[in-house]
Design a protein around this ligand. Structure first.
Ligand SMILES: Nc1nc2c(ncn2[C@@H]2O[C@H](COP(=O)(O)OP(=O)(O)O)[C@@H](O)[C@H]2O)c(=O)[nH]1
Ligand SMILES: [Mg+2]
Length: 258
């Protein structure tokens, strides 16, 4: 399994076939019910999010060309864990997929909903290695209020380009051409509100049933990973050189009392 797909150093041009060979390498890594249990990693992570029943598990399995990588649950709302999958060569993984719990399932108790909303918000706001978000939206429903809330959780990091965003309008086989075009346009219009000159925001129709959009999505995700540069730790509070601190202290200490 050497060099079946290009890495950053490879001169080989990226094709849909190579991108799909890469998504095919996805394998289960670990599961976590709390953020602190997620492994710290330098690998770029791509999160898959969406309402319960939006077609998230099916989309992940279709991208990976594996039958039950992400468990397509018969009981929506039951899987409240973050599942991590590893991609790339076995001995040198180059990216992670994170399957986040679906939201919006009516039968889940209020307390559990609130708890998970917080986990999602925190994950999207602080997970340092997060480099992309794939939001799955049922193409018959379009963006719902919960999807828009979720987008708000990542909006700041999307606007700086730190996190890339791809919205998949799933189950597009259920729409005719005219309906599909209208949904694509409405979603694009909404997302224009969170796009900037440096952001990477896109929308695409997707059907696991008809296998449409699959190669495009694999390409997009592979490009994200190849373009990823680990974020350096940037202190939000300026750390002054020791000397200048000392000097300031001295100056203050020497200041005459009022
Ligand atoms: N027609 C059609 N149905 C789909 C497609 N993708 C998923 N589904 C169906 O939508 C339902 C929810 O899918 P699932 O992947 O479990 O959704 P999740 O809850 O978001 O993980 C299942 O009945 C799937 O068979 C698709 O591309 N076309
Ligand atoms: Mg699922």
């Amino acid at each position: 399994m050497t060099n079946e797909f290009p890495d950053a150093a490879s001169p080989e041009p990226l094709t849909e076939k190579l991108a799909l060979a890469w998504t095919h390498t996805a394998r289960f890594l670990t599961t976590a019910s709390q953020l602190i249990h997620l492994p710290a990693t330098e690998l770029p992570e791509i999160a898959f999010v969406g309402r319960s029943n939006a077609g998230k598990s099916t989309a992940i399995n279709t991208l990976a060309q594996q039958k039950r990588l992400a468990f397509a649950s018969k009981t929506p709302g039951r899987t409240q864990h973050i599942n991590l999958f590893e991609l790339g060569p076995k001995d040198r993984a180059d990216a992670l997929f994170a399957d986040l719990p679906g939201y919006g399932y009516a039968a889940v108790a209020k307390a559990a909903k609130v708890r998970w909303q917080k986990v999602m918000a925190d994950y999207l706001a602080v997970r340092r290695s997060l480099s992309g978000v794939v939001l799955m939206v049922d193409s018959r429903l379009g963006l719902t209020d919960l999807d828009k809330q979720l987008l708000e959780f990542v909006a700041a990091r999307v606007s700086t380009g730190e996190i890339k965003l791809l919205v998949l309008l799933t189950k597009s086989d259920k729409l005719n051409r005219k309906e599909a075009d209208a949904m694509l346009r409405a979603t694009t219009d909404y997302l224009a509100g969170m796009s900037t000159e440096v952001s990477d925001v896109s929308v695409t129709l997707f059907s696991a049933l008809k296998k449409s959009g699959v190669g495009d999505v694999a390409l997009a995700l592979r490009e994200w990973v190849l373009a990823h540069r680990p974020t350096m730790f940037e202190p939000t509070v300026a750390i002054e050189p020791l000397e200048s601190l000392t000097a300031d202290d001295d100056a203050e200490g020497a200041a005459p009392d009022a």
